[in-house]
Design a protein around this ligand. Structure first.
Ligand SMILES: Cc1cc2nc3c(=O)[nH]c(=O)nc-3n(C[C@H](O)[C@H](O)[C@H](O)COP(=O)(O)O)c2cc1C
Length: 180
């Protein structure tokens, strides 16, 4: 069955690792007959939640900024994918701001359970660099929100000599193509 996938990517660097791997993943999705909408919250301004509680009263969100398309696309999406670079052993602030802004849906009980996946990109080679981001994904997105995990994808060693993005692009494409 074909899905509509909202892909939230949070690197501020266009044409770099997270961006390129996300695009390869989307090409894989499309090759399998799915449609995707890519929202880059790293290159557009997404403010943090200001706890104004308008979403609780009238919804969906008082702030109009780079997050606005998220709310529209969310309604249509079967699956939401988060793609973040690792900054200080965690998802970056841009991704956290976007996830905090999902409160506008959560508080009004409009945060319908979706399928989900996470793509993480780190400069360091060791797998332990993903620990906090992965815990957050498992505890909050899967555990607290109850979304259905469709997989995680890791890119590491981007800042190290010998790093080869091509092999990751192929694997990211295959991951996208494998989504059922
Ligand atoms: C503020 C900042 C903090 C970072 N912290 C980490 C870190 O804790 N661990 C790590 O492996 N790489 C860290 N990096 C490196 C990035 O994860 C790496 O360069 C990654 O490729 C960035 O994604 P991009 O290429 O898509 O922009 C950091 C980079 C920045 C700018």
């Amino acid at each position: 069955m074909s899905k509509h996938v909202l892909v939230v990517s949070s690197s501020p660097r266009k044409g770099q690792n997270t961006d390129l791997v996300t695009d390869a993943f989307i090409k894989g999705l499309e090759s399998a007959g799915h449609t995707a909408y890519k929202l880059n919250v790293g290159t557009t301004k997404v403010n943090g939640c200001i706890h104004c509680m308008q979403c609780y009263k009238n919804g969906p969100c008082a702030q109009k900024d780079g997050m606005t398309p998220f709310y529209e696309e969310y309604e249509k999406a079967d699956m939401v994918v988060f793609a973040s670079p690792i900054y200080f052993w965690h998802i970056n602030a841009q991704m956290k701001a976007a996830i905090d802004r999902m409160y506008a849906l959560y508080i009004g009980k409009r945060l319908v359970k979706k399928e989900t996946a996470m793509i993480l990109v780190a400069g360091a080679p060791e797998e332990s660099v993903f620990k906090n981001a992965l815990e957050f994904y498992n505890d909050v997105i899967i555990g607290q929100l109850g979304w259905q995990d469709k997989g995680t994808f890791f890119v590491n060693g981007t800042t190290r000599p010998g790093y080869d993005i091509e092999s990751y692009l192929k694997k990211a494409f295959d991951f996208g193509a494998s989504i059922k």
